[in-house]
Each structure stands twice: as structure tokens, then as C-alpha cells.
Design a protein. Structure first.
Length: 146
């Protein structure tokens, strides 16, 4: 019985409640920071993956065939330029976010409409391509004149 009483009153190595609270706080903070970093890394990887998938060119062309009394039709698909479609997507996402912000202010429920395509971004890209083509044409003229 005396041995059990000595074990019960001995506090060497026992975690005091203040130490336990401190360890718990450090553990929770560490877990929060770690989960936040993991969440950011997963989001970045998903973004890179979506850009990689979008960059794949899915254009195709199949020639038709005609023989004696049978024929097959040809088929083709030309994918839109990646930069233009990304500009459209960015414009649509911004329009959706702006619509959600404005709908929070309004109390009426409205039917959702498809967001319009981003004409401004498309125009900027087309203007950029025109400027690049003009620069290339000037460089060719300079080479021909030299």
C-alpha cells in the first residue's frame, strides 16, 4: 500500500495541465499551418493540370471516301486558339463573380444567364497578334532591303 501511495504522490515526469495546454496549442497551430500549405499546393497543382489539359490540341480532319456505290462523309474540327479561349474563360469567371456579388446585394431571385464572352480580352489578343504581324513584316522588308 505504501508503494502505491508513493507512486500516486510522485510528480516527476508528469505533464502538468499548463504544459498540456501549451503542447495542444502548438500542435493545433502546426496542423493548421500544414493543412493550409497542403491546400495551397493542391490548388496550384490543379490549376497547372487544367492549363495542361486545355493546351492539348483536339483538332482533327478525316477525309471522306467514295467508291463504286458507297461513300462516307468527311469530318473535321478546328479547335479555337488557346489564348482566346483562356481569355473567354477568364472573362466568364469574372462576370460570374461580379454577378454573385451584385446578387448578394439584391434580395430578388433572378434566373441565371450564361455569362457573355469577354470581347475586350479577345480584342486585345487580336490587336496583339496584328502588332506582331506588322513587326514581322517590317523585319522582312528590312532584310530584303539590306
Amino acid at each position: 500500500m505504501n508503494l502505491l501511495k508513493n507512486f500516486w504522490s510522485d510528480e516527476a515526469g508528469f505533464v502538468v495541465s499548463a504544459e498540456l495546454v501549451m503542447l495542444g496549442t502548438v500542435g493545433v497551430l502546426g496542423a493548421t499551418v500544414g493543412l493550409s500549405a497542403a491546400s495551397t499546393a493542391v490548388n496550384d497543382e490543379m490549376l497547372e493540370f487544367s492549363h495542361a489539359i486545355r493546351s492539348l490540341d483536339q483538332s482533327y480532319h478525316v477525309e471522306g471516301h467514295q467508291s463504286c456505290r458507297a461513300w462516307t462523309a468527311s469530318s473535321s474540327y478546328r479547335q479555337q486558339d488557346v489564348d482566346i479561349s483562356r481569355a473567354d474563360l477568364c472573362g466568364q469567371i469574372e462576370n460570374i463573380e461580379n454577378a454573385e456579388k451584385s446578387s448578394e446585394k439584391q434580395t430578388k431571385i433572378k434566373k441565371r444567364k450564361a455569362p457573355p464572352k469577354s470581347k475586350e480580352l479577345r480584342k486585345k489578343l487580336e490587336q496583339k497578334k496584328k502588332n506582331e504581324n506588322k513587326k514581322k513584316a517590317k523585319q522582312k522588308k528590312e532584310k530584303n532591303n539590306a
